[in-house]
Ligand binder design. Sequence first.
Ligand code: WT7
Length: 635
Amino acid sequence: MSNYHIKHLEEYYQVYRKSIREPENFWEEIAEEHFIWRKKWDKVLEWDFTKPEIKWFQGAQLNITENCIDRHLATRGDKTAILFEPNDPNEGAEHITYKQLHQRVNQFANVLKEEGVKKGDRVCIYVPMIPELAIATLACARIGAIHSVVFAGFSSTALATRINDSDCKMVITSDGSYRGKKSIDLKGIVDEALESCSGVETVLVAKRINSDIRMKEGRDKWLEPLLDNASTDCEAEIMNAEDPLFILYTSGSTGKPKGMVHTTAGYMVYTAYTFKNAFQYRENDVYWCTADIGWITGHSYIVYGPLANGATTVMFEGVPSYPDFGRFWDIVEKHKVNQFYTAPTAIRALAKQGTELVDKYDLSSLKVLGSVGEPINEEAWHWYNDNVGKGKSPIIDSWWQTETGGIMITPIPYVTPTKPTYATLPFIGIQPALIDEKGEELKGNQVEGRLCIKFPWPSIARTIWGNHERYKETYFSAYDKMYFTGDGALRDEVGYYRITGRVDDVIIVSGHNLGTAPIEDAINEHPAVAESAIVGFPHDIKGSALYGYVTLKDTGESRNHDNLRKEINQLITDRIGPIAKLDKIQFSEGLPKTRSGKIMRRILRKIAHNEMDNLGDISTLLNPEVVQSIIDNKL
Ligand code: WT7
């Protein structure tokens, strides 16, 4: 029997050692015993980090939806698979059983086929957190179409870039979406985006807010009547282990967003196994991850991981503050949630409201609390532990990335003793390494360096869509034969890891990696702007917020800075989305540059962090004099 469910620390170490010494045997046993295959693999693993090329379970054939849905029908047909909690609590929750999910995914899959979607085609899904989002995702997987879910808070420009990068021929969306008291005209955003996407032939529109929208003849179709007429049977497409399952875009420090490609078998095995263990999921538990399916957290730990385990997974459409800041706790009480997975930024926002609202609800069902997206600060950790978990529910501070597909470093609840702000131990099969400035691996404990991973795990992204060279350059070129994460970390005296944050120019705002380049591009579009650079600075709730340094074109006329700030943030909202707005915009006469003309963000970052006495040597700059004037005018 494979060690599918780890129950105590000794077992963790024993299984961990096995997974490192004999990774192929280890993952083969897990894959054999806990999944259904149309055909077994010829080879468990083939890899070469220099090319880089990674293949898991080669030769195997399967369909992930048969693992996530069909195989549960016999034993869990009437069990709730997706528990949908709408934005407005008065609308009432919807329980979708495995049987119903099976029918709805099949109907949706048949609609996709009738609309001409074929295996390997890319389908863009731009849908809010309503059941159709999960169902559309699974329907693509059912017929072997590659889904590219775009978070429905992104702007039309960001959407268009993503549609075009992967040549999507179809967009699935809704008439609109609800967010607290507001409703958003999603279809309008899609229409705008499609003005620059000539490859899109069909737009399928789900009804959510019943708004009066424009439907473009021949292109746009309401989903409901199509679904109603579709058969509830749809044979699953047989996929190869390494066929792409989806593309998910993530931002880098430079250039356009990277379409990370995840493939089928390895992703399925790893997300299912991590879900089971990192949340200690037991049959009949109710599990809730508050992320949006538009991010990797939602792909892996709302949809695929939970469903592969036959779990009940909550999908919440709304926001933590509506109707009031007690909403999360209301949902936990109402659905007797057992595992609750959220982001530090949400915890900080809720902590700011005091404890009255948390205390009002019965949270005794909670067994496991999770945190993900950015380092969780000590204060937030304790607030979460004391007031939500009442000191009884272990917090799993889980570190991972869009690129890693699944959780990489995390305590296993009730197994690994937790330590505030520490992600603690590597998950089974994960071999982290800390690297010093010279590129040498730091051995032993009590060391700090750059976090790399030495050996492939099943759910590592295989490439960047359409740009394998960039994949190699970004992740496998910094250090020889290692995957470089972009994060710094330390290892304490017992071998626990603490993630210290990004070591590159990526800034994580409220747990979202937004990418500095597209934001700067948006700012630079303003006719008055000559140049800009953005950096992160500490923020109570968001973790990091954005600080922009902007130089204006010298036109001789004076401009109202407050108006300019509003216009710049409006541009950012239009081009990326409101989540990328800058908290501070400082106008300066220049930006510090190297002699080769590269903007020295390091200096700007230190200024934004108020670390003026620690700027390092600035004498080698092209324009050292601007530094003082930037400091003098700091916001
Ligand atoms: C970056 C990845 C997959 C989670 C959602 C974000 C940061 C993530 C933690 C954590 C400290 C964390 C890292 C990482 N991060 N989780 N528990 N502790 N930092 O996915 O958008 O791909 O961002 O988020 O900096 O590199 P993402």
